[in-house]
Design a protein around this ligand. Structure first.
Ligand code: RNT
Ligand code: ZN
Length: 419
């Protein structure tokens, strides 16, 4: 892009007037890892089954060119990494196990060797891997339930899956040198009014305890529990509700709460929950998504709530205490472009938060100068942020401005549409 440096120098001077060091912000953001979900590439299907996506989550759309093999997914992932700036980590679901000559094993028997290729990809990018046991899209889900099922054999199968994932998570951490955030989410629940709400929760609690009785080094493996308010076909009752998971994490050593911002009632905002949890938790985890009217997992955009979440992480000085992961899936548009737009949106949100004069705004609040605070917050919205963003992209070696989409068009024509 033309004039990136000239525009940046002007912008830098404007920000300097407010006491903001844009060079420092750019340098810092380059070091902040963002966990990039592999499941945007193939509509949350994976490689271990032929069946549909189940468990209360859904993708909509059938844009051509979906990755259906590990090779294709890796190819797409690499394209994404070349078009989105910043330090990325891989985020893999257990259903993305890669079975080679020695063949298929079920989820309770998964071993590190089934993820060897993922480790090779991570090493290529000198990064780590986050991991997720997959408690959906599988015949052993009985009547919509996994870890909370009244059937012991069903629970045991899924507990064994969880334990296998703890071992794989530790393998990832040891191989890559980066801790592995291992997130437990199940879609367990009921479509209609249940007769017993506590029973499934007690069983869920015991099952998670059984999974995490598998020995692990808490410096290497960071287990999380993710809450949810409802799912498709599971509207009346969700076993892993917000209160359940937050209390589980609070009462069990070495377990973190994970908030997905699609998983609350529509007027609740995770931007307000982040600083609440940071008052108590040394570390928390996030799934960053965009819900449109429900937990629709639309592609993340640089919108107001996205910016507000990033602002909270930055102004609480918590960039090293919050594990940030993307979690959305759109099958109605080019999937690689969807991936890139979401990553770029979160990186923009973080950079924009980092060039906000947070200390000055805080002191206006503390001095009760609320008229001036409102005015300043509005003025900030028209600062020349775009010039700082373009500079960040160029420094990261990715295309600034919309020209990155030329690459998508080329890739779609030459690779995706030939699949
Ligand atoms: C579902 C949860 C969960 C999944 C992924 C695929 O509502 O958000 O995190 O999206 O595990
Ligand atoms: Zn999620």
């Amino acid at each position: 892009m033309k004039n990136v440096n000239e525009a940046y120098e002007l912008a830098k001077a404007r920000y300097a007037e407010l006491g903001v060091d844009t060079d420092a912000a750019i340098a810092k953001l380059k070091e902040i890892p963002l966990s990039v979900h592999c499941w945007q590439g193939d509509d949350v299907i994976g490689f271990d089954h032929d069946g549909p996506l189940t468990g209360g989550i859904q993708t909509t759309g059938n844009y051509p060119g979906k990755a259906t093999t590990p090779e294709q997914l890796f190819e797409d992932y690499e394209k994404v990494f070349s078009l989105a700036p910043g330090k990325k980590k891989l985020n893999v679901h257990a259903c993305y196990a890669i079975f080679e000559e020695d063949g298929f094993v079920d989820r309770d028997k998964l071993e590190p060797r089934h993820f060897k290729k993922w480790v090779e990809l991570a090493k290529k990018y000198n990064t780590g891997i986050d991991f997720n046991p997959t408690f959906f899209s599988h015949p052993k889900i009985k009547d919509g339930l996994t870890l909370s099922s009244p059937d012991k054999a069903t629970r045991d199968f899924w507990i064994e899956h969880g334990k296998a994932c703890v071992r794989i998570s530790e393998y990832f951490a040891k191989e890559t040198g980066y801790p592995c955030v291992m997130n437990i989410w199940t879609g367990d629940g009921y479509k209609d009014v249940p007769a017993d709400r506590m029973g499934p929760r007690m069983r869920y609690k015991e099952s998670i305890e059984a999974i995490l009785s598998e020995p692990f080094d808490p410096k290497l493996v960071k287990p999380c529990v993710e809450s949810k308010v409802f799912g498709i076909g599971v509207e009346s009752y969700t076993v892993g509700s917000a209160e359940f998971t937050l209390t589980y994490a609070a009462t069990h050593e070495n377990v973190l709460p994970l908030m997905d911002n699609g998983h609350y009632h529509p007027t609740e905002v995770v931007s307000d929950k982040i600083p609440a949890l940071l008052c108590y938790w040394p570390e928390i985890a996030l799934h960053i998504t965009r819900g449109v009217r429900w937990d629709s997992d639309h592609v993340l955009l640089f919108d107001d709530e996205t910016k507000e979440m990033a602002k909270e992480i930055v102004r609480c000085d918590a960039l090293d205490r919050v594990y940030m992961a993307l979690d959305y899936f759109d099958a109605s548009i080019n999937r690689v472009s969807a991936w890139v737009v979401g990553i770029r949106s979160w990186e923009k949100a973080l950079l924009s938060a980092m060039v906000t004069p947070n200390a000055m705004l805080k002191s206006l609040q503390d001095e009760n100068k609320l008229t001036e605070l409102m005015m300043m917050q509005e003025e900030m919205k028209t600062m020349p942020f775009g010039a700082v963003w373009d500079k960040y992209c160029e420094e990261c070696g990715v295309v600034a401005g919309p020209a990155w989409f030329d690459e998508i068009k080329k890739y779609e024509e030459e690779v995706q549409l030939k699949r």
